[in-house]
Ligand binder design. Structure first.
Ligand code: MN
Length: 131
């Protein structure tokens, strides 16, 4: 089962993301801030990371730059969670190393299809899909 790490400090967004991802057959892990999230990346090697940009303490852009600078985490795709109100976040997220961004509020109808290309075979399931 693919493991997806959610680095998100907003409970409502977190609940929505978790339900959608669990419905899609993904296992989810959660960190409420960037520092905890980076520790969980090292420990659990998730297949994909959702990174909220606006986090308490270190923001999501700084955390993405750190993860992309480290060998252990640089190949894990990161999808930024940006807000409509914060103009320019999308471009900054891509510049920091995110593979894509999703603008909140999340479009629940297309969400699972939208993220599918970014869930890699990196991690636990890699062997089970080989013939
Ligand atoms: Mn936030």
């Amino acid at each position: 089962m693919k493991r997806i790490l959610l680095i998100e400090d907003n409970d409502l967004n977190l609940k929505l993301l978790k339900s959608l991802l669990n419905l899609g057959g993904y296992d989810t892990l959660h960190a409420p801030d960037a520092e905890t999230g980076i520790g969980m990346v090292h420990k659990h090697q998730p297949d994909l990371i959702f990174m909220d940009i606006n986090l308490p303490g270190m923001n999501g852009l700084e955390a993405t730059r750190l993860l992309k600078a480290e060998k252990i985490s640089r190949d894990i795709p990161i999808i930024a969670l940006t807000s409509h109100a914060m103009n320019g976040d999308e471009k900054e997220a891509i510049n920091a190393g995110c593979s894509a961004y999703i603008t909140k509020p999340i479009n629940t109808r297309t969400f699972l299809t939208d993220i599918k290309p970014y869930v890699t075979n990196h991690g636990s399931d890699a062997e089970s899909i080989r013939p």
